[in-house]
Design a protein around this ligand. Structure first.
Ligand SMILES: Cc1cc2nc3c(=O)[nH]c(=O)nc-3n(C[C@H](O)[C@H](O)[C@H](O)COP(=O)(O)OP(=O)(O)OC[C@H]3O[C@@H](n4cnc5c(N)ncnc54)[C@H](O)[C@@H]3O)c2cc1C
Length: 420
């Protein structure tokens, strides 16, 4: 979808929602929505609720960071296709758009009292709560790795300083050295993300260190857009990339950050850079609020409300919603559905049927972009796909270049849609 198409959907949806009246008659205040997490899901939800309720709903966004660095396109920064500053976005337009932006951590949700407690000591009451805290990592999922070791072996799976560190480490590799990646098990944030990253690291190394090698230890049998990535690696980076899947021990991995070794099924490798992407789970606040079932938070596909507490909506990577991949586009799409449902419930606005869409773009090499995507709708079982598309192996270079250009338009559109 191009920028105009993306925004066109947004504008039509917004116009239909304009200026609803408050039906709440409790006499004391505007209804309050608190949003935890100012990323792809939370920022979008906060912005749409404030805008589409036309000020009738009091919206507070809790987010510790003053700037949001997008994971989307962070691989392109590693590959040299994007400036780091270009990944960073502030919350000023949300504030001028009527959202009360509070830079703090939410440390607890008191569901009985309907209060969110902040690290700074404040308590913020809510009528509806939106949680979009992204992912956290599962301790010990890669033996030897911990958050304390993340600077020796960065994950770079939350964008910012980790992304800069990983790029600097790749640039400092000795001639002919080894870059290793420990890929995560399903389900995880951005299914093609690790493999786009391998492509971007290979792109960088081909220029500055062409005898270097890339080793991927992967616990999964298959991965997103595998045939397309492997074809691209063969065409652009022949002989540089080796992936060890579960059949050859790719799932039996241990690391030693002090010694800079990676052990795959007992065979020890000395490595120069080790990008460990551990197994993931919903953000910690979801667990604190007791909204999880296992690693994720089950939600209704109709309005993204928690199956445990219907006054709480859970978006994006943390949600267990059905068929959508954990992506920024998915989180943004889910946020609009939740915002519509929340505004409709708190005012006399109209609730529309839940429809979702997603596209995951990946860059393999200069002007060689690929994509996979689908449209979705709600069902009692969860979000279900109504049809999708994927790039083909035999596409022309012009089609691939156009796919990359499409992704550039999408980036500008989604960041504006999230943050104004
Ligand atoms: C390398 C990489 C590449 C990617 N590429 C793409 C791509 O091309 N396209 C795409 O669509 N997606 C992509 N993604 C995935 C995308 O970044 C995520 O799916 C998306 O950001 C999820 O949105 P979210 O709102 O769930 O979480 P996030 O965007 O991570 O936002 C969560 C926010 O919550 C805040 N937070 C967490 N806990 C608390 C708390 N207790 N109190 C207050 N705030 C809190 C965090 O600070 C953070 O700002 C990529 C991811 C990676 C890692």
């Amino acid at each position: 979808m191009n920028r105009r198409g993306f925004l066109g959907t947004t504008v039509a949806f917004s116009a239909a929602m304009a200026a609803p009246m408050i039906v709440r008659a409790d006499g004391h205040s505007r209804p309050k929505v608190v949003v935890v997490g100012g990323g792809a899901g939370g920022a979008t939800a906060a912005r749409y609720i404030a805008r589409d309720s036309d000020g009738a709903v009091d919206v507070t966004l809790i987010e510790p960071s003053r700037a949001y660095y997008t994971c989307f396109f962070s691989n392109l920064y590693i590959g040299g296709f994007r400036d780091f500053d270009g990944l960073g976005h502030t919350y000023g337009n949300l504030a001028t758009g009527g959202v009360n932006v509070v830079h703090d951590w939410a440390v607890a949700v008191d569901r009985d009292a309907k209060i969110v407690r902040l690290a700074g000591g404040e308590s913020v009451p809510y009528d509806r709560l939106v949680l979009s805290p992204g992912i956290d990592f599962i301790e010990d999922s890669v033996p030897g790795w911990s958050l304390a070791a993340q600077n020796a072996m960065p994950h770079a799976y939350k964008a910012g300083s980790q992304t800069q560190l990983l790029k600097a480490q790749v640039e400092a590799m000795p001639e002919g050295g080894t870059f290793a990646m420990v890929a995560p098990p399903n389900p995880y944030r951005c299914p093609p993300g690790p493999y786009e990253r391998v492509s971007m690291v290979a792109h960088l190394l081909r220029d500055i260190n062409p005898t270097a090698r890339i080793l991927i230890a992967d616990p999964k049998e298959t991965f997103s857009k595998q045939a397309l990535f492997e074809d691209g690696w063969q065409r652009h980076y022949s002989g540089m990339i080796e992936r060890i899947g579960p059949d050859f021990g790719g799932g039996v991995v241990e690391v030693d950050p002090a010694a800079m070794t990676l052990s795959i099924d007992g065979a020890v490798e000395n490595v120069d850079v080790c990008n460990v992407i551990p197994a993931m789970r919903a953000g910690s606040i979801v667990f604190q609020a007791d909204l999880n079932d296992g690693n994720w938070a089950p939600v209704s596909a109709y309005d993204m409300s928690s199956r445990v507490d219907e006054s709480i909506h859970i978006l994006g990577d943390s949600a267990q919603q059905g068929a959508m991949p954990k992506s920024g586009f998915s989180a943004n799409s889910q946020a609009k559905v939740a915002a519509n449902a929340i505004v409709a419930a708190l005012t006399d606005g109209r609730a529309f049927p839940a429809r979702f869409s997603n596209t995951c773009w990946s860059l393999i090499d200069t002007d060689d972009g690929i994509k996979v995507g689908a449209n979705y709708e709600a069902s009692d079982e969860g979000i279900v796909s109504t049809g999708g598309f994927v790039s083909q192996l035999d596409e022309t270079s012009e089609v691939r270049a156009e796919t990359y250009r499409e992704s550039l338009g999408w980036y500008d559109a989604i960041t504006e849609d999230m943050l104004g």
